[in-house]
Every structure is written in C-alpha cells, then in structure tokens.
Design a protein around this ligand. Structure first.
Ligand code: GLC
Length: 599
C-alpha cells in the first residue's frame, strides 16, 4: 500500500477504542502501550487500517467526543511519545492509522468555552453560537440525541445566553462563520498530520454551519470548508485521507465526495440497516433498492461500509415502517432501543447465529467499499445493555478466559467498565485465545475470508452489477475490475433455496469458487442453476477458459493459494500433497465441466 495514493480503496479497517483494547500499564484502562503489544494480533487478523476512537483530553461525558484540548492525549491512554511510537509500529506492519477529528463541537470544559462564557467581550465568545431567543431560531434542525436532549439550545447561567449544540448540551457547537475557528481547526488537522497519521474520520460533519430556514445540515458553506481542508491536506501531504461521518441519504452523502475534491471516503449509512432488513425479510430488495439510489462516486473516492460500530445501530436513514420492522426484529430487549437506534453488538443482534454472522460478513466483504470491523466482532463478542448510553458495546476486549479476560492486570473493580460475564457471551466462553486454537472458530473464519478478499482487487475497486435471479431471497451481484470478474451469491433465507441466474453474457466461463478453488460447471445457454443451504453464500471468479478442457493456469495458482490458507489455519501437515491433490481435482472437474452443458 505504501506508494499507492488510492490505498484506502483496498483497506480493511478495524475500529477500536484504545481504552478498550489492552491495558499495558495495569491501571484498568487500555492504553497505547497495550495497543502496541497487540498490533501483531491485528496484523495476523489481516486488517490493514486502524480507525482509533477519540483519545484526546476530555471529561469523557461522551466517551471522548467531548474534547477539552485538541492537542493533548488523555493521560490515562499514554503520552504523545507513546502515540507516535504506536503510529510507527503500525506502519511497520503495513497498517494505516485513521484518527478522529471532532470538528463540530468541543466539550464545555474546553478553555475556549470557559473563556467565552466568562465575558461577552472575550475573543473566544465568537467561537460558539449564542442567542437570547432560542424559541424561533433554527427551528427546522432536528434533535439527534432525542433521548437526552429536548432542544438544540442550552442556557448558560454564567453568560446568561443560550448556546447552540447538535449533540449533548455539554458539547457546544463551534461557530464556523468565524474565520478564526475555521483556521484553528485547520491547524489542528495539520498538527495531527505531523504525527504521521494517515487520515481522519470527520465526526458529525454535516452540522458545521447553521442557516435560518434550513435544517442546518449539508449546507453549501460546509462543503466549501471541507474543500478548503482538502486543499491544505493535498498541498503538503501525500496519501492522506478524509472520511466523512455524514448520516444522510445516499444523494446527500455523495455530496461529501464533491468532484473528488472533498472527502476521499464516506460511510454508507443507509446500506447498513438494509442488510439487516434483507436478512430478516429474507429478501434482497431493500439492498438492491438502496444501491440503486446510490449515485456513482468519483474515481478517487470510496465507500466505508460497516455492520456495527461504537454507536447504536442507527435507524435514521430508514422510513418509519422500516424502523418499526427493525425494532420488532432486533430490539426485543426492553433496554435495547436508544435514540433512533438499537444498542447491541453484532452477535447478540442475530442471537449468535453462526451462519448469519458469516453471511453478514460475506455481504460486508463483497459490497462496494472498504469494510470496517468493530473490535470484538471478529470473535462474536456480546454486549451489556444495562451499562447506559452506548457503553454496553464498549466493554473490554476479551483476550483470554483468565482474570479480567486477559485485558488488564488491575483489580477487577478498577476496570474502566465491567467485563461481559454472562454464560453465553462472557469472556470464558468468547475470547481470542480459545478461538485461536479452534480451527472452526469465527476468528479463524474471519482471518480466512479477509485473506481471500485481499487477493482480489475487484472487491475494493470493482463496479457493482446486480444479477437477475429467479429467487428474490438470493442477493447476487458481479464485481468487475480490469480482468477480474467476481460473482457473489448470498442466500438471505434460513431455508435451503434454489436459484437460476441470468449469466448468459458469461457463456463458456468457468465459475471457480474462491475458498476451495473448486470449479463449478461451465456457464452455458440456459439459466445457471445453483442450490444454497440456509444462509449460504458463494464467492466465484468467472474464469475465461481459453481452450476447451483446459483450466486457466491462474485458477490453479489462486486455488492452490486458497488451499494454503485453509491448511495453515487447520494446522494440518502434508500441505504439498494436498495442493497437488487439489490441482488434480480442479483439472478433473474442469475437464468434466467443459463437457457438461449447464442448466
Ligand atoms: C458521532 C459519534 C458519536 C458521538 C457524536 C457526538 O456521531 O459517532 O459517538 O456521540 O458524534 O460527537
């Protein structure tokens, strides 16, 4: 990735909070020292980019998204020296680092706000947005944290005016109409770029400006400012990335790419809930429809796609009926709902269903975009809805079945959050150590599929075309890039399913399944027939067969590599023997299939 300006198109991103990953100092809180110790684990998993949640000085009322000093690291997590060492160590392992740029708001503990509220004449007063009459101002702006806030204006008893905030009332919004604020935040960006980081997630980016009579989201002024940020990034630095957190409909999110001159990446928020809807409705339509509404994006841009993250599973980008459906299917626990979303981790959402977990990752790893894995989801970690706010999905990483899940040597009572201890998801049942030594574990499955994904550029860079099928329960699409043509077929149903695929344009191609390297019958004139077990999926490469009866050399090579991956995981010996046997098997199957008329 080192010299590739488009490295983020092939990224497999791992999202983590330094406090939750590994405690290297024994005080009950994860830190950079601990994270460095665990980089080998991440490298072994196969991810190539870390997205770090906020680690700056903060009163931690919103888990660090309430920053009180943009240039200081929270001492609990370590020092600047530790941070820089972490970035260097990650880079040594070919892992890029994205950090958070929380530019929309600060903490009310930030010195700027403290100064601003002391005197209306203070220079910092104009860093924030004030009014005497909140009742009629910016009325069309929605309230995001609707479970805790009743207005976007909060009364400041010190300066006796109201200030504007889109999130918690302890997070006053910065005033982007003030050129000094715009410049100051640009300097913050440069400050962190100089530490060697590879880019930023731009937190809450649609809300930078306010304009009367609008909903105060996605305003042209915001886009202008982002283009400024991008210009200064490109002027001085190479290969750095801006990732927009814009929880918006596809058309509006796309505006954050500009003409390829704004953000490099943006989360595809509307796709995520539709993957879950597709699964429970056993219907590919929601996914196909939302991708149909997603405009093409500039060549140098990329989607960031995800199943879960550190927040509630947000249901802002669905209709009311769809939201009701999602709540009834996925929020059975009375405490599961939060704001407009569901506060569960991935595994509990689907009752730990292994086939469903694999299917969801099949979709995540093969839809257009760079996939994001939320820490612990590679193990199927559970959550604790009783912890309040979103803390239930932010519990310590489960490394072993030992004391404190191997996360910390502190007294258990000292941990920053309680461990998950229930019999189903508790650390004795779910941990890295146990899964490493179980060949069939979810962790080993993830490792295998990440490694397969990394072999084909089409996953990160290819076009997307849905394939017509006779069965809407089958979500089937092509990913094409240069000479790679991949065919993905996912069974969203809990029952076995047949499907006929319209693959006429690929007549005479040989579908080679990417995990085992097994070739399926050649595509002929008739619809291509596949059967699926419950929640099963196939990843194929459609191989061109130059001469009838001959298997393409490339197929043998890739298949041999695939066998190598699975052999390594299961730890069996006799690799060479197995490789030769597979090559023989492929040849035989190819010969057979060249004679076989499919359909
Ligand atoms: C983003 C973060 C969320 C935070 C909010 C306010 O949405 O993902 O965790 O609470 O911004 O900063």
């Amino acid at each position: 990735m080192e010299h590739d300006p488009l490295w983020y198109k092939d990224a497999i991103i791992y999202e983590l909070h330094v406090k939750a990953f590994f405690d290297g100092t024994g005080d009950g809180i994860g830190d950079f020292q601990g994270l460095i110790e665990k980089l080998d684990y991440l490298q072994d998993l196969g991810i190539n980019c870390i997205w770090l949640l906020p680690f700056y000085q903060s009163p931690l009322k919103d888990d660090g998204y309430d920053i009180s000093d943009y240039r200081t690291i929270l001492p609990d997590y370590g020092t600047m020296k530790d941070f820089k060492r972490f970035v260097r160590e990650a880079h040594k392992r070919d892992i890029r680092v994205l950090i958070e740029l929380v530019i929309n708001h600060t903490s009310d503990q930030h010195l700027w706000f403290q100064e601003a509220r002391q005197s209306k004449k203070s220079k910092k007063r104009k860093f924030y947005v004030w009014t005497d009459e909140p009742a009629n101002k910016n009325k069309a702006a929605r309230i995001i944290f609707m479970d805790s806030e009743s207005s976007n204006w909060a009364w400041d008893p010190v300066s006796k005016q109201y200030y504007w905030h889109r999130f918690f009332s302890h997070q006053p919004d910065l005033n982007y109409d003030n050129p000094i604020v715009r410049r100051t935040m640009l300097n913050v960006l440069t400050y962190w770029l100089n530490t060697g980081v590879d880019g930023f997630r731009l937190d809450a980016v649609p809300y930078l400006f306010e304009r009367e009579g609008t909903n105060c989201e996605n305003l042209p002024e915001t886009h202008e400012y982002l283009k400024d940020l991008r210009r200064s990034l490109d002027k001085k630095y190479n290969h750095k990335v801006l990732l927009a957190e814009a929880n918006q409909w596809p058309k509006d999110v796309c505006s954050y790419f500009g003409e390829g001159d704004e953000c490099h990446m943006a989360f595809h928020f509307p796709l995520m809930p539709r993957i879950f809807m597709g699964l429970r409705k056993e219907d590919s339509t929601p996914i196909i429809e939302i991708m149909g509404q997603t405009p093409e994006i500039p060549e140098n841009c990329q989607w960031a796609i995800f199943l879960r993250n550190h927040d509630e599973l947000t249901l802002e980008m669905v209709t009311e009926d769809e939201r009701d459906f999602m709540y009834s299917e996925y929020a059975q626990h009375p405490k599961a709902k939060l704001n407009l979303g569901i506060r569960h981790r991935l595994a509990p959402l689907i009752n730990k269903g292994r086939r469903q977990l694999e299917l969801l990752h099949s979709i995540l790893f093969t839809m257009p975009g760079s996939p994001i894995i939320y820490y612990g989801d590679e193990l199927g970690m559970g959550d604790n809805v009783y912890l309040g706010d979103r803390n239930g999905v932010r519990t310590p990483m489960q490394w072993t079945g030992d004391r404190n899940a191997g996360f910390s040597k502190a007294d258990t009572a000292q941990l920053y959050a309680p461990l998950v201890v229930d019999p189903v998801y508790g650390y004795q049942a779910i941990n890295v150590e146990a899964q490493k030594r179980t060949p069939t574990s979810l962790l080993n499955w993830m490792k295998k599929f990440i490694s397969i994904r990394k072999k084909y550029k089409a996953f990160g860079r290819g076009s997307l075309k849905f394939v017509k099928t006779s069965n809407p329960k089958i979500l089937c699409y092509l990913r094409e890039y240069e000479d790679e043509t991949l065919l993905i077929a996912n069974n969203l149903s809990r029952y076995v399913q047949p499907a006929e695929l319209d693959l006429r344009q690929f007549k005479n191609r040989l579908p080679m399944e990417l995990v085992g390297g097994v070739c399926f019958p050649k595509i002929g004139d008739l619809p291509y027939f596949l059967t699926f077990s419950p929640h099963a999926f196939y990843w194929f490469q459609l191989m061109k067969v130059e001469e009838p009866g001959e298997i393409a050399a490339e197929a043998v090579e890739k298949a041999a590599q695939a066998v190598h991956v699975s052999t390594k995981i299961s730890g069996t010996t006799g690799r060479r023997k197995k490789k030769r046997a597979t090559q023989r098997e492929i040849k035989t199957k190819a010969n057979l299939s060249s004679r076989h008329k499919s359909g």
